[in-house]
Design a binder for this molecule. Structure first.
Ligand code: ATP
Ligand code: MG
Length: 355
């Protein structure tokens, strides 16, 4: 490639090299390969880190499918590893471990009903807090499709802003907001009537540490318009929230290395190339890793390990277009196809004569 020296390296090696990295979020549109990529990233990280945990926060868990091993909400060692653990948590399920024993079910559900999504966001924030206390050198998150995770991650900040506003209005409309304020303080397990500092302090503790060196968000996509569009939306949101992102994985790329004759495949390759070019144009400062579309699914540790190769060395099509060797091969294949078609035509003609 003419300008390859100007582009950042086309692999995820930068993630493995960044020793300070503690949280790796993997996100993107539905079905593009988030679980596959996060599983492989966790396998690669386990080679260079003392211990790695992969967490699925998508209620439709598929870590168990990718590794072909059953996981639960408790970290479980992945078969064949001694430092890679996996767990599946469901942020939509209210559970006792997360909400604590304060016995505020009634109040919590009242409040949950009054602020849409608060129960899920609180469970998610508590889960993040919980995993921070766990002793892993790196945690990889296989997230739910775009948007959802970002909303969950931002919830403590959003709530904090809302509360600050409410507090500034408190004296003005004290009687009107008293009821919900009281519920809020109880929800946070604070008895003090107006424990503002205590609530804000607790929210602060729920925020994910998004300091640049500690966290990064890997965007997974496929070379199609909707995925490009969604990636752009995701990158913009991440930038707005000051969450580091500098890796894009373009999955399911059709490489022209099989002497493809199918018109459909050729058309899809052209379409993919158009969007791949746009990815390179829009994200010239990103590490863009391209992964080939395989004829089969990528499940089980062996398949994930084998596929991980493409994460570290840019894909090289086995046959280069435009070389003498490739043209000779194409011509001989076309000659063979021509002779097959001629003999088929001959047979049909003979059959027609008989009829
Ligand atoms: N490059 C590839 N070649 C062939 N199959 C692939 C490739 N990448 C992923 N797959 C397969 O595609 C399916 C979807 O991938 P995966 O589960 O990783 O996507 P996802 O983004 O996590 O989906 P969801 O949004 O449903 O969670 C899986 O069966 C996986 O094995
Ligand atoms: Mg998935």
């Amino acid at each position: 490639m003419a300008d390859s020296h100007e582009l950042p390296e086309a692999t995820v090696q930068n993630i493995l090299d960044q020793e300070s990295l503690k949280w790796v979020f993997v996100g993107g549109k539905g079905g593009v390969g988030k679980t596959t990529c996060s599983s492989i990233l966790s396998i690669l990280l386990a080679r260079v880190r003392s211990s790695v945990l992969i967490i699925s926060t998508d209620p439709a868990h598929n870590l168990s499918d990718a590794f072909q091993q059953r996981f639960t909400k408790t970290p479980t060692l992945v078969d064949g590893f001694n430092n890679l653990y996996a767990m599946e948590v469901d942020p939509t399920v209210e559970n006792e471990d997360v909400n604590g024993p304060e016995g505020m079910d009634g109040l919590f559900s009242d409040l949950a009903n009054s602020i849409p999504g608060i129960d899920e966001a609180m469970s998610f924030a508590e889960m993040l807090k919980l995993v921070q206390t766990m002793d892993y050198s790196c945690i990889v998150f296989d997230t739910a499709p775009t948007g959802h995770t970002l909303r969950l991650l931002q919830f403590p900040s959003t709530l904090e802003k809302g509360l600050a506003k409410m507090m500034s209005l408190k004296s003005k409309f004290a009687h009107k907001i008293w009821n919900s304020w009281w519920q809020m303080t109880r929800m946070f397990g604070i008895d003090d009537e107006f424990g503002e500092d205590a609530i804000l302090g607790r929210l602060e503790g729920m925020k994910v540490p998004f300091w640049q060196d500690l966290t990064t968000f890997v965007c997974v996509c496929i070379p199609e318009f909707l995925s490009l569009y969604e990636t752009e939306r995701l990158v913009q949101e991440l930038t707005k929230f000051e969450i580091d992102t500098h890796n894009i994985i373009i999955n399911q790329v059709l490489f022209d290395d099989e002497d493809v004759q199918s018109k459909l495949l050729k058309a899809r390759m052209r379409m993919q190339q158009k969007y791949i070019d746009q990815f390179y144009m829009l994200y010239d400062d990103f590490n863009i890793t391209k992964l080939p579309l395989l004829p089969q699914e990528v499940t089980r540790v062996e398949a994930l390990q084998a596929f991980s190769h493409h994460f570290l060395s840019p894909y090289q099509p086995s046959c280069k277009r435009g070389t003498v060797e490739e043209l000779e091969r194409r011509i001989s294949m076309l000659k063979q196809q021509l002779s097959e078609a001629e003999s088929e035509l001959e047979k049909l003609r003979k059959g027609g004569d008989k009829a």
